[in-house]
Design a protein around this ligand. Structure first.
Ligand SMILES: Cc1cc2nc3c(=O)[nH]c(=O)nc-3n(C[C@H](O)[C@H](O)[C@H](O)COP(=O)(O)OP(=O)(O)OC[C@H]3O[C@@H](n4cnc5c(N)ncnc54)[C@H](O)[C@@H]3O)c2cc1C
Length: 333
């Protein structure tokens, strides 16, 4: 079966993988000239279904709990399974209790245990929450590796081409995110920074709770750190604002003052596609299956969404249950 995948974000790449694995002849078309620059490129890469449950509905946990296994199986060596550490400044200590009351899969850690997990944070926080089952990856390295793997296994890529200009496919998977033109979608702007801090070593994402600006640091290779991310109801792709920059830098500095000496190597903005209930959808209309609304959870939920899309393409879904199959909220209610 010849299948066209529109969009080379995380939804498109994971779909291409699932379809090719089931024997489809897959072509991926991407409007940008190369991989990157989209929402997926700006992501933190946290595979954190238990932490995300703090603000997300149960389906995010249900659909995301196997994501690290999927990424690990597809891209061995890319997933770091070191959990997530959640901390708060003493004045915001109540935020930890609130976060704990809305989540599961954690243990409380005291100052000594925090120092054991992250020696560079010794003495900085009196208590925190540790989510041992969580993982993270570098989204850019993962996307590049996945594209290379797909290309190596015969998936065709066309960059700098609008999907409208492609024809002759039996099935199409629409993974164009905000560009899909779905009137139900809204954009949630996420601003992020990448810092280079040679004096700091963190082994896992560290979330700093705050009543208004909960932010996180996700470690990357060679003492680089992604600091993210704002949540602004806006479609603007304009540069990071001064207010957001101050909040992001404050968070980094609060986690460790040595971030004061870090170099800001990148600022970026991504628009998260979100449905009104902030849950993703896989929907079929005729020959097209659309994956969208990945919101804050693209890397976490794309594997499950891609598998479901492939089920629909190959007809292994049961038509009578299609509505339930495509509506995550109802399915897990
Ligand atoms: C700052 C930030 C941090 C985040 N952190 C995390 C995180 O830690 N963990 C997590 O799981 N998620 C995270 N997310 C969420 C995640 O990034 C998104 O949910 C995900 O990227 C959405 O992926 P997508 O493939 O649907 O869209 P996109 O990545 O936007 O990809 C859509 C692609 O379609 C292409 N396209 C559009 N129109 C056409 C066309 N006509 N023809 C061809 N191609 C087209 C676009 O160019 C684009 O490349 C974060 C998001 C942001 C912004």
């Amino acid at each position: 079966m010849r299948v066209l995948v529109k969009g080379a974000g995380v939804a498109g790449l994971t779909s291409a993988f699932e379809l090719a694995a089931r024997g489809a002849a897959v072509t991926v078309v991407e409007a940008r000239r190369c991989l990157g620059g989209n929402a997926s490129w700006m992501a933190g890469g946290m595979l954190a279904p238990w932490c995300e449950r703090e603000s997300a509905e149960q389906p995010v946990l249900d659909l995301g709990r196997d994501a690290a296994d999927w990424w690990d199986a597809v891209l061995p060596g890319h997933v770091t399974r070191a959990g997530t550490l959640v901390v708060a400044m003493p004045r915001d200590a109540g935020e930890l209790d609130r976060f704990a009351s809305r989540t599961s899969g954690y243990g409380w850690v005291d100052e000594d245990e925090i120092a054991l997990l992250e020696p560079d944070l010794a003495g900085r926080f009196r208590r925190g929450l540790f989510f041992p089952g969580e993982a993270h990856l570098d989204p850019r390295r993962a996307m590049a590796a996945l594209q290379e793997k797909l290309a190596g296994s015969g998936v065709e890529f066309h960059f700098g081409v609008d999907a409208k200009d492609m024809a002759g496919f039996e099935r199409e998977i629409d993974c164009t995110g905000m560009a899909a033109g779905d009137e139900r979608l809204r954009g949630v702007r996420g601003e992020m920074l990448i810092l280079h801090a040679p004096d700091i070593l963190l082994s896992r994402p560290v979330r700093l709770l705050h009543p208004r600006f909960p932010l996180y640091l996700a470690p990357r290779a060679n003492h680089h750190f992604m600091v993210g991310a704002t949540m602004v109801e806006s479609l603007s792709t304009g540069p990071v604002t001064v207010r957001s920059m101050m909040e992001l830098l404050n968070a980094a500095y609060s986690v460790h003052p040595a971030f004061g000496e870090a170099a800001i190597v990148e600022t970026g903005v991504g628009i998260r596609p979100a449905f009104p209930d902030n849950l993703p959808r896989v929907e079929r209309k005729g020959r097209t299956v659309a994956i969208n609304g990945l919101y804050r959870h693209g890397f976490l939920l794309a594997p499950a969404m891609a598998q479901r899309a492939a089920d629909l393409v190959f007809g292994s879904d049961k038509p009578a249950e299609l509505a339930d199959e495509t509506d995550c909220q109802r399915r897990s209610a």
